[in-house]
Design a protein around this ligand. Structure first.
Ligand SMILES: Cc1cc2nc3c(=O)[nH]c(=O)nc-3n(C[C@H](O)[C@H](O)[C@H](O)COP(=O)(O)OP(=O)(O)OC[C@H]3O[C@@H](n4cnc5c(N)ncnc54)[C@H](O)[C@@H]3O)c2cc1C
Length: 479
């Protein structure tokens, strides 16, 4: 590998990286690769691309039989829904630049936006969006009564958000540590009643509102609002890759000189003073000067390190969890919303939580819909077979809305933690965990570096993955 200098690297990242240590001599001639990257999700692929652009010999190992990790477009389902990373925000500078560089365009799929028409089922009563504001079930006061149930979490979290107008890394500043408390406690202190908190909990993308750090949610909506201010596609601040987000991760993998090896599940890391190795479940071993791991934290619990991880990092691996979700995808055989005159999609406080309909106008195949259940409500589905889930969801929907009886044909069940390489959807911090762990997530362990959206400081989700891949690549290049 040629030595690079800081200016060259900053140029190759498009200038997103502002600071770096002085570079040192890299390859020692004793390893097969300058760097091995574990995981062909966005963070791993971005790190690998940056390292290759800087003349490193890089190998990407991916445990699954597909590229993309938590970017996964269901290409064969009508409307090509995104089963994981969905919305690209206006401030996703690295992701947007990479997509454009690889010749991608953007789109907003029909009925895909967050503001699609919802009907609500709350405390067993089925009601139209237009009835909500004045409905006796609406637990809110004053102008808050106009906030629809599916927007309560976003809108209330953003009201007087102490992080507003702060830089995106403010959540790590000591002055905001006082918000690293249970989110329901924070809301009660702000005067919100129990029913409002209960309805907000339906939408929350963590386990439960009471074991979620308020600071985590405040950060989440702070970043979202920041993204919403930046328009990048036809006057919109959110869009997706045209044809499906998986086209981007596929193109990123294709752009690498050495194609990622699929089906390579890493089960053990070891290292000496001169190199580091990964051991895969199929018995193969690969050695490099440096390793970047993008393996999600809960999956790391099943992987061994020699020498062992530092105590603080191991504690974080053991304790930090990801929010879970379960998706049941269906074809829609009859337009039940035309039968009952209500909005096509349903948001409910019972355990099917929400059923989103797309392709209502048949522009891209027949209408289809997905029951999307997240948080604590999604746990019980881990104990059910796919068939049992389809039956349960279809029966619940028909009970809420009789016009849906016999309206659905099962397509597939998708959940990011239903296979051993996934751990859930997004990292979330429990009360007290930000103070305890957030600063340690980026620390390298000798020649092993860590990336992944859970290690990002500024952005979250897909752009957080890019940010983290860039930081880890920089760390390797200037080690
Ligand atoms: C339902 C859902 C909706 C989402 N919506 C959005 C959204 O709208 N906007 C947004 O920005 N983000 C969204 N996200 C989050 C976003 O998808 C992720 O934050 C991002 O894709 C994570 O990228 P990553 O590289 O950090 O991790 P991953 O994509 O998980 O990559 C890690 C890779 O490591 C592999 N791996 C795991 N274990 C091993 C092993 N032992 N050996 C080898 N390989 C292994 C995995 O297979 C995976 O490919 C959503 C996620 C989900 C699930």
């Amino acid at each position: 590998m040629n030595k690079i200098n800081r200016r060259q690297f900053i140029k190759s990242t498009g200038g997103f990286v502002a600071a770096a240590a002085a570079p040192a001599v890299h390859a020692n001639g004793k390893s097969d690769y300058d760097a091995i990257v574990i995981g062909a999700g966005l963070s791993g692929l971005h790190a690998a691309m940056l390292l290759e652009e800087n003349d490193m010999k890089v190998l990407v190992l991916e445990g699954r039989q597909r590229i993309g990790g938590r970017v996964y477009t269901l290409m064969h389902v009508p409307g090509k829904p995104e089963a994981a990373g969905e919305w690209i925000g206006g401030n996703y500078a690295r992701m947007i630049a990479t997509a454009r560089k690889l010749g991608m365009d953007f789109w907003i799929p029909e009925q895909g936006g967050p503001d699609r028409g919802w009907a609500y089922e709350i405390n067993g009563q089925f009601l139209s969006a237009q009835d909500w504001e004045k409905h006796p079930l609406n637990p809110m006061q004053g102008e808050d009564r106009s906030i629809p149930p599916h927007r309560m979490l976003w809108t209330i979290s953003n009201k007087d958000n102490p992080l507003a107008d702060q830089p995106l890394d403010a959540w790590l500043k000591p002055e905001f540590a006082k918000y690293d408390i249970p989110f329901d406690q924070y809301l009660r202190k702000r005067g919100y009643n129990e029913e409002t908190i209960r309805l907000m909990d339906v939408t929350i993308h963590t386990n439960h509102i009471s074991n979620t750090s308020a600071l985590h949610e405040l950060r989440r909506y702070h970043v979202n609002s920041f993204n919403a201010k930046h328009k990048f596609y036809e006057g919109n601040s959110y869009a997706q890759i045209k044809g499906g987000n998986s086209l981007l991760t596929d193109a990123m993998a294709d752009s690498l000189k050495q194609q990622p090896l699929l089906g390579k599940t890493v089960v053990h890391f070891d290292q000496t003073s001169t190199n580091a190795s990964v051991h895969c479940a199929d018995g193969t071993k690969y050695t490099a000067d440096h390793i970047i791991s993008s393996i999600p934290m809960p999956v790391l619990r099943d992987i061994t390190f020699s020498p062992r991880l530092p105590e603080q990092m191991q504690a974080a691996v053991n304790e930090v969890d990801y929010g879970l979700s379960m998706q049941a995808h269906f074809l829609i055989k009859k337009k039940f919303w035309e039968e009952d005159g209500m909005e096509p999609s349903i948001w409910s406080d019972r355990s099917i939580e929400r059923f989103g309909v797309r392709n209502v106008n048949n522009e891209d195949g027949p209408p289809a819909g997905v029951a999307f259940i997240n948080g604590e409500a999604s746990h019980k589905y881990r104990l059910m077979s796919d068939e049992a889930i389809f039956n349960y969801v279809a029966n619940e929907l028909a009970e809420i809305r009789p016009s849906m009886k016999g309206a659905l044909d099962p397509i597939l069940i998708q959940s990011c933690e239903r296979d051993p390489h996934g751990a859930g959807d997004w990292v979330y911090w429990k009360p007290g965990q930000i103070g305890k762990y957030a600063a340690n997530m980026r620390e390298r362990h000798g020649r092993i570096h860590f990336c992944g959206e859970h290690t990002a400081i500024m952005e979250r989700g897909m752009e957080g993955a890019f940010e983290s891949g860039e930081r880890a690549a920089l760390d390797v290049l200037f080690s």
